[in-house]
Write a protein that binds this ligand. Structure first.
Ligand SMILES: NC(=O)c1ccc[n+]([C@@H]2O[C@H](COP(=O)([O-])OP(=O)(O)OC[C@H]3O[C@@H](n4cnc5c(N)ncnc54)[C@H](O)[C@@H]3O)[C@@H](O)[C@H]2O)c1
Length: 381
């Protein structure tokens, strides 16, 4: 005769963190980087993307010196190719050699999405979790990568294969960083804003149509750009907050993140994350039009916007077989259903579970033809 008994343990943790927009972040009179945490006489482990360090390293050192905080500032190798276990281990060793208090000396991560993802994972795993502050320095980080709680790095040929959900203590946004950001990386972040606009915010889309070019010209330093950034961040929070741990697998913010998965894995050296996302968006827009979810006019508005913003996309990467495999992989990732977000009119979303291979092939062929035409037009100009 068998006998079974069980015990139950229940614990609930509240997650709350502040996302602060500030300016002159490294001016000693700005307290944003210090709080929460101990002040004079304390320590900080600060990881800075190596390119960011080149531009702002002296200011960062000066800031902590001015507050008599002993900071170990570690420049970290930049770029997607360094989003690896090796970078994680390098940082773990550095941190191990610089003991900090587990509760009130938060790790500080200053850099793009690659850096904040890797350092977020370091914070979540070192001594089973230390507080950390994220300071995104790219547009991609500002409107997307730093807002949520996903951390990780690439592993075994897969994007973000090792990672965790781990909330920061705080996120600090200062758009002044965009002044030194290469234009292609500004455009890269713009792709994520386009994503949000097409799938959930028609007003944001018209703002991009009206002010997008100007935002790029001013590196988002003008007043209208502020409105775009504010709307994009609010939209992101609106989507993430009720589903922070992704219990619900049908997510609007996954728009552009189905076919891009394979594109990124295959063309890591040629495509940035946002560019892969935009290719996915354009492919999806064509499929949505073919299904009658988008009108021809709405479809053309999306293409016109990307062209007007000067985002150049390489048509040579559009291999239909690979795109289909990517959809299959994402279907597995989404627990067996495609759950592909699709625009149903600009600013509205439906989820599809019945996309067919011929649909993907037809859209890929049309997109390749269109982009090749535009590519040549740019070349001849
Ligand atoms: N965690 C998430 O929810 C989430 C969301 C979106 C994207 N991501 C991840 O983000 C990564 C892409 O992030 P990214 O586009 O910021 O790339 P990135 O971190 O590689 O930064 C882009 C480049 O810009 C340089 N750079 C950064 N800030 C700079 C500045 N202010 N001035 C001059 N140069 C600067 C970097 O050195 C790098 O060469 C991808 O790995 C993606 O998976 C994560």
């Amino acid at each position: 005769m068998s006998a079974t008994s069980s015990y139950r343990l229940r614990y609930q943790q509240r997650i709350e963190y502040e996302i602060v927009r500030t300016s002159h972040l490294f001016a000693p009179e700005n307290p944003a980087l210090l709080s929460p945490g101990r002040g004079a006489g304390s320590r900080r482990f600060v990881v800075v993307d190596e390119n960011v360090y080149r531009h702002y390293g002296a200011e960062i050192h000066h800031y902590f010196d001015a507050h008599r905080i002993e900071a170990r500032v570690v420049p970290a190798p930049a770029g997607e190719e360094h989003k690896t276990l090796e970078t994680y281990l390098f940082l773990a060793r550095e941190l191990d050699a610089f003991p900090i208090h587990r509760r009130d000396e938060p790790i500080i991560a200053i850099g793009g999405g690659v850096l904040t993802d890797v350092v977020g994972f370091l914070a979540s795993s070192y001594r089973r979790g230390l507080p950390h502050i994220k300071v995104p320095t790219t547009l991609m980080g500002y409107v997307d990568a730093s807002i949520g709680i996903k951390t990780g790095f690439n592993f075994n040929g897969h994007k973000n294969r090792l990672g965790s959900f781990y909330a920061p203590q705080k996120v600090i946004l200062d758009k002044a960083f965009f002044r030194s950001l290469p234009r292609r990386h500004l455009l890269n972040g713009m792709c994520e804003i386009i994503k949000l606009a097409v799938i959930k915010d028609a007003r944001l889309f018209t703002m991009l149509e009206e002010w997008g070019e100007q935002s790029l010209q001013t590196c988002f330093q003008d007043e209208q750009s502020d409105q775009i950034l504010d709307r994009a961040i609010r939209g992101m929070i609106e989507e993430l907050e009720p589903n922070l741990f992704e219990e619900e697998l049908a997510r609007k913010v996954d728009f552009g993140h189905t076919f891009s998965y394979g594109l990124e894995a295959q063309y890591e050296d040629r495509l940035y994350h946002g560019e892969a996302v935009l290719l996915d968006i354009l492919l999806s827009v064509l499929m949505a039009r073919n299904r009658g979810l988008l009108s021809a006019e709405e479809t053309e508005r999306v293409f016109a916007l990307t062209e007007r913003l000067g985002i150049e996309l390489d048509p040579a990467v559009l291999d239909a077989a690979m795109l289909w495999e990517s959809l299959e992989e994402r279907t597995y990732h989404r627990n067996g259903l495609q759950r592909v977000p699709m625009p149903a009119g600009i600013g509205e979303c439906v989820f599809l579970n019945d996309i067919t291979r011929p649909e993907v092939e037809a859209a890929a062929l049309e997109l390749e033809t269109r982009l090749t035409r535009e590519f040549h037009a740019v070349y001849q100009r």
